[in-house]
Design a protein around this ligand. Sequence first.
Ligand SMILES: *Cc1c(COP(=O)(O)O)cnc(C)c1O
Length: 383
Amino acid sequence: MADREGFLKKRAAEGLLRVLKPVSWRNNGRIRVNNKEYIDFSSNDYLGLSNHPKLIEQAKQAVDKFGTAGAASRLMSGDLELHHQLEERIAGLKNREAALFFNSGYQANIGIISSLYGKGDCIFLDRLSHASIIDGAILSGARAARFAHNDTGHLELLLKKERNKFKNVLIVTESIFSMDGDKAPLRQLIQLKEKYNCEMFVDEAHATGIFGGNGSGLAEEEDKEGRIDFLMGTFSKALGGFGAYLAASRKDVEYLINTCRSFIYSTSLPAPVIAGNLAGIEVIKDEPFRRERLLGEAEYFRRNLKNRGFQVNGESQIIPVIIGENFNAQRFADELQKKGYWVLPIRPPTVPSGQARLRFSLTFYHTREILAKLIDDFSNIRI
Ligand SMILES: *Cc1c(COP(=O)(O)O)cnc(C)c1O
């Protein structure tokens, strides 16, 4: 039998044991854990939409009308008009022909990638791609090759060597990387995709609602939506809801409705979730000040931490501060938690070895006053 106890002991000795921490209350960017209140710097509720009256109202109306269950998969009786409204809105926001809703980002990525690609194909992934992208590539049965993070030179080297050995080739990246908060070089990646006759998939989980004039994502900001075959993103982060979308051509969406197992074989999400997502899309359009203020505060936070000597990465609302050693990252996190900040260390294997970090996820709830005090408190920690 597998030595599970030995595995857990080893994890603990390395400072890598994962444990759950139940939250008893959450409101406006604050949480309560073990009877202590914290300012939450680990949530993806970037724009504070989870507490927005419009989302709450529309979700309540839907629960009154449809009840609490999705009741069936989309291809049985779980397909609501609300889904179609949401898909139309997403296609419009992303400037694509069509869109398809998925029950989560994880389900979207494993399902889409493994349906579209298979044996005899090749998938090139950024080395820092989210686990759901990697799992989708593995599940597809295609050859998967990773290129160095944001390194288009390395990708081109691989394409030169490998492109002709495969029928269909997909290049995958996130637009804003979840653990590093940096941006993918979309323009150069698209040039390579076109030069080497590949398709491209971009995961906008952390960019949707935040970047672009309409809040559509980084592809919009860089005017690249029409040149990316598959634009995926989630409702679970800035949009204050749950589920995910793919915006693509009508033909590709129809193909997925017929083949994508994580879409076909899963019960539809409850109506209040879909209605809340729809309201989230409206708020993104109506309240651009949320994303503008968030990115402004993120810039302030990064600049001031750098001035105090911290190694700060990122170009977004996700702000990693690199500490290095696992136990030191844990100690910094412990000290910050004592002061009422819910900040967690991110350690290998989620990030490369030797690059343990604290990941600050900024949200609309973090005012200048909160951030200024955090910068002081953080700088004064001695470990
Ligand atoms: C969060 C995330 C996902 C998964 O989305 P869920 O809706 O939480 O399942 C996928 N890709 C990236 C880059 C993410 O950050």
